[in-house]
Design a protein around this ligand. Structure first.
Ligand SMILES: *Cc1c(COP(=O)(O)O)cnc(C)c1O
Length: 429
């Protein structure tokens, strides 16, 4: 059996870890079968516990933008670890990475580091509420901002009414302050703002959605939201946990030319260690404790190992900005190759791409929001996923995820991937 040891390990894991995993999507529930246990990874490749090698299109869900075990990052962590792994006291490296991040990202003067993207988004919303003195927030269906209560909300009964919890444990009280809008539908957002005039603290959005597959914003959608926020005293939060330091040195803000008020980060900024961050202009950041009244804290925030990994990663990206173009080109090449093969095999599909984010939807409709993303054929996706896996290509085990392209991928790897799609295409129809 190809994955025998992984299956055994999964069985053991399930005895002591709920579902055998520490984050649900890893469990393969959407595609069936047992997950693969990783032994190690290097460059563009993963190696599992059974000795199989895979080309990796997940890359830890984004952070490994330069490939796994990238030497400058690994070495920075090793050297730091020798000097102690946590102090709960200020260290110089925190200022170094903060200064570099502020320098790379347009329109943020200050940044605070936390331990995950979830924490970053949760804190950004609290800051926005504290700063504006308002309670309600608008988020978009299909956008993911981590698992904090305010974000685990689904659409309520009417488009302009409040949301309802989509996980037990989230209270109705929390849900009533989160309003759900439709991605790429400015009229819908405008109506929500009108119906809740003067009550909205912030609009939080993935400037390029990446958690319902990859969905780029339509022309002017983000600029129109910006204008709406300006006209109504609402803070705009760009959740750049996925897009930050990926789409451009300054993330989606730079690539798309729209400025948010608060920007959240995660994934790439930690170089593969647990890091999140949020930044804004001074006036807003001054609202945070210990300067201001909005409380936010963390025992391990700014941890030296995490900061060393993040600083090494951002330094590499900042010193070699050609990387962003290089990975975008590789992604375009992959797009073209897969598109040709799917067309040749007459498989209904819709491929979305922006920069180094790409997703293949088995849908006849153009995918522009959560509703259209949900029209994808999940049976086809399951067959596609397992077919790719058998051909040693690891893509996300869910149709609602972006693939994350790494610069470690060679054109030969991309050709291998396209050939695998061609090989399995007849069997996924
Ligand atoms: C991954 C992600 C998060 C959550 O980050 P975690 O580190 O998993 O908590 C938030 N927002 C976006 C856009 C993400 O992609």
């Amino acid at each position: 059996m190809l994955y025998q040891r992984s299956s055994e390990l999964f069985k053991e894991a399930r005895k002591v870890i709920p579902g055998g995993v520490n984050s649900p999507v890893r469990a393969f529930k959407a595609v069936g079968g047992d997950p693969i246990f990783v032994k190690k990874a290097e460059g563009a490749y993963l190696y599992d516990e059974d000795g199989n090698q895979f080309i990796d299109y997940i890359n830890s869900w984004g952070p490994m933008i330069l490939g796994h075990a990238y030497p400058p990052v690994v070495n920075a962590v090793i050297e730091k670890a020798k000097k102690g792994t946590s102090f709960g006291m200020p260290t110089e490296i925190e200022t170094e990475i903060a200064a570099l991040a502020v320098n790379m990202v347009p329109n943020i003067d200050m940044i605070r580091f936390v331990n995950s993207g979830t924490e970053a988004c949760m804190s950004a919303v609290r800051l926005a509420r504290g700063f504006t003195g308002k309670d309600k927030i608008i988020k978009f269906s299909g956008c993911y901002h981590g698992h904090s209560d305010s974000f685990l909300i689904q659409a309520g009964s009417g488009a302009v009414t409040f949301g309802s919890p989509n996980s037990p444990g989230v209270t109705k009280g929390t849900a009533k302050d989160t309003l759900l809008a439709k991605y790429n539908d400015i009229e819908n957002v405008t109506n929500l703002v009108e119906a809740n005039k003067g009550e909205i603290a912030c609009i939080i959005i993935e400037p390029v959605a990446g958690n319902m597959g990859c969905i780029p914003p339509k022309n002017d959608f983000l600029q129109n939201i910006r204008n709406l926020c300006n006209a109504n005293g609402i803070l705009l939060i760009f959740d750049e946990v996925m897009t930050g330091f990926r789409l451009a040195p300054g993330g989606a803000q730079e690539l798309l030319g729209v400025d948010a008020d608060i920007i959240t980060f995660g994934k790439v900024i930690g170089g593969g260690l647990p890091v999140g961050a949020f930044g804004a202009r001074t006036e807003i950041m001054n609202y945070l404790a210990p300067l201001g009244p909005v409380y936010q804290a963390g025992t391990l925030s700014g941890n030296p190992l995490a900061m060393a990994a993040g600083l090494a990663m951002l330094t590499e990206l900042n010193n070699n900005k050609a990387i962003f173009e290089s990975i975008a080109k590789k992604t375009a090449y992959l797009h073209k190759g897969i598109e040709e093969v799917l067309e040749k095999n007459q498989i209904t599909h819709s491929i979305n791409r922006l920069g180094s984010m790409i997703s293949v939807h088995f849908s006849s409709e153009k995918v522009i929001d959560f509703e259209t993303a949900a029209t994808g054929n999940n049976d086809t996706f399951k067959k596609f996923f397992h077919g790719m896996l058998e051909n040693n290509i690891y893509i996300a085990p869910s149709a609602f995820e972006t693939w994350f392209i790494t610069d470690a991928l060679s054109y030969e790897d991309l050709d291998t991937t396209i050939a695998a799609v061609d090989k399995i295409a007849p069997s996924i129809k």
